[in-house]
Design a binder for this molecule. Sequence first.
Ligand code: PNS
Length: 169
Amino acid sequence: MRRCVCPGSFDPVTLGHLDVIHRAAAVFDEVIVAVVVNHSKRTAFTSDERRGFLCASIDEAALRSGRITVEIVDDGLLAEYCRRVGAHAIVKGLRSGTDYAYELPMAQMNRHLTGVETVFLPGAPGLTHVSSSMIKEVASLGGDVSAFVPPAVAGRLADMAAAHRKDPS
Ligand code: PNS
């Protein structure tokens, strides 16, 4: 049984994240999507909301069968978490050279810490410009981001933008 972890903030999940998660599930027997809580970083959505968006958007059959699970990782090192759950690899998507520069030292450090390998999947063409932070900015200014996020997220962002327009305080 080959198990991997797809970690991230997922604040919120985008179609780019979902593409990587489902492709990881085609390569590994089991995928744990780890919603990592960074206590020093302010997020737009709580960890429960971020987990909820993922559960509403990931292939239902894969969730039902347990081939993909979504967990909140609230504390500690990702590498230690991977060791605890018996993951053979961390899977991350790479959209660009900038992503590579950010991800490479983390991959090297994680391997140093517990020996866990990182596998990079190239970002899907058409989604390489999509990031959670850009999605939040565009949506907050009234832009339509529904082509880049799952419906659960698009609906929630549209509601938040409408509420903000009504009461900008
Ligand atoms: O989606 P993000 O914010 O780019 O994900 C980054 C994340 C959560 C994968 C990374 O910050 C992480 O692994 N955090 C867990 C704490 C940890 O192990 N830090 C050392 C990394 S070498």
